[in-house]
Design a protein around this ligand. Structure first.
Ligand SMILES: *[C@@H]1O[C@H](CO)[C@@H](O)[C@H](O)[C@H]1NC(C)=O
Ligand SMILES: *[C@@H]1O[C@H](CO)[C@@H](O)[C@H](O)[C@H]1NC(C)=O
Length: 336
């Protein structure tokens, strides 16, 4: 009795230190003994729940050598393996082989429960822990020993196992997606304008794909909205030059601005306009004197000039008199 308990404890310890490997269903797996003299193999499986001697036959060969070969690996083949030398277990030689089913995305996958007993449940160990499965859009046969994943997706590509009520847990079956995913959408064209390159990629969730994971293609960014000028706005002051007033004005190519591939506005963004220099004060200036006007009688003569050369504009009126008088004697008037 005590010996059995010790054996179980030792077994559990060994289970925890052993190596675990996933083996793809249908593939070939070879196990090499830690001791080159290995000449026998044992297997511990969940069904009988005990170690049993492996003999050649079926999918097993090399069971009397240090290399055991398992062809067409099936869920039933999962379990713990150890080798022996002349019937003695080789210390530390303990490998767990776990089944893995690879299938393309969208295909159906059937998992078989290899431990005895009904009724049973199927479980999935997903991102949110263990989930009890039931028949729905994703699963069929969730209470039978043959669970069908209707269409494999990233939501169902997780570990699955069966367990009869009150019975032993079946092997954990990893379900993974093989082959390429569908292509992702194209990236944006890598130029702002004109011809460039774009790229798309795909992933290989099962890690066993041939071919390229990404692809390049030519692309063209089509021409968009051309720019248009804003209204003119005057800037600076009206300066007087010989011909008249002149004032700079500017406009901007922002109504709208050209987009990535639109054209810039055509023409000048600055020029000068004629302007009235009224804002600038102009002082008045005298015209030349008129010729003398004679006034008879008192013998007086006068002449005039005008403040119109130039006329004052917001400036000062001309300094001095616009009329000048001179006394004079005009003989022709003397007798009147
Ligand atoms: C292999 O097993 C033989 C027989 O038990 C033993 O003499 C030998 O030391 C072992 N070699 C190794 C590397 O464990
Ligand atoms: C990888 O794919 C090849 C060809 O499809 C196949 O022969 C091989 O067994 C696959 N290997 C694994 C680890 O899935």
């Amino acid at each position: 009795m005590t010996g059995d308990v010790v054996a179980v404890v030792l077994f559990i310890l060994k289970v925890y230190v052993c190596q675990a490997e996933n083996v793809i269903i249908g593939s070939t797996k070879q196990l090499v003994c830690l001791n080159q003299s290995g000449n026998g193999w044992d297997k511990f499986s969940h069904g009988p729940n005990m170690w049993g001697i492996i003999n050649d036959g079926g999918s097993y060969s090399g069971s009397q050598s240090n290399t055991l070969t398992i062809t067409n690996f099936q869920i039933e083949d999962s379990g713990y393996f150890r080798c022996k030398v002349d019937g003695n277990v080789v210390a530390g030689d303990n490998t767990q082989l776990k089944p893995e089913v690879q299938a393309s995305i969208g295909t159906s996958v059937i998992l078989t429960c290899t431990v005895p007993g009904t009724p049973l449940y199927w479980y999935m160990i997903g991102n949110n822990g263990v989930q009890t499965l039931s028949d729905n859009l994703e699963y069929d046969g969730s209470r039978t020993n043959s669970l069908k994943i209707r269409f494999l997706t990233a939501k169902t590509a997780f570990i699955h196992y069966c367990q009869p009520i009150g019975g032993m847990k079946g092997p954990e079956i990893t379900v993974s997606i093989s082959g390429w995913s569908s292509w992702n959408a194209w990236s944006a064209c890598n130029v702002e304008c004109g011809g460039g390159q774009r790229e798309r990629s795909r992933t290989c969730p099962g890690g066993n794909c041939t071919g390229r994971a990404s692809k390049n293609d030519d692309c063209t960014v089509v021409y968009g909205v051309d720019g248009r000028w804003s209204a003119w706005s005057t800037s600076g002051i009206c300066t007087v030059s010989s011909g008249g007033g002149s004032q700079p004005r500017v406009c901007h190519c922002n109504n709208p601005p050209p987009d990535n591939c639109g054209l810039y506005c055509n023409g000048k963004d600055n020029d000068h306009i004629l302007c009235s220099p009224s804002a600038c004060p102009v002082n008045g200036g005298w015209s030349a004197w008129d010729s003398c006007i004679v006034i008879c009688g008192n013998g007086q003569q006068s002449r005039r000039r005008s403040c119109n050369n130039p006329a004052p504009q917001n400036g000062l009126y001309c300094q001095g008199q616009g009329v000048e008088y001179n006394k004079c004697t005009f003989p022709g008037c003397q007798g009147d």
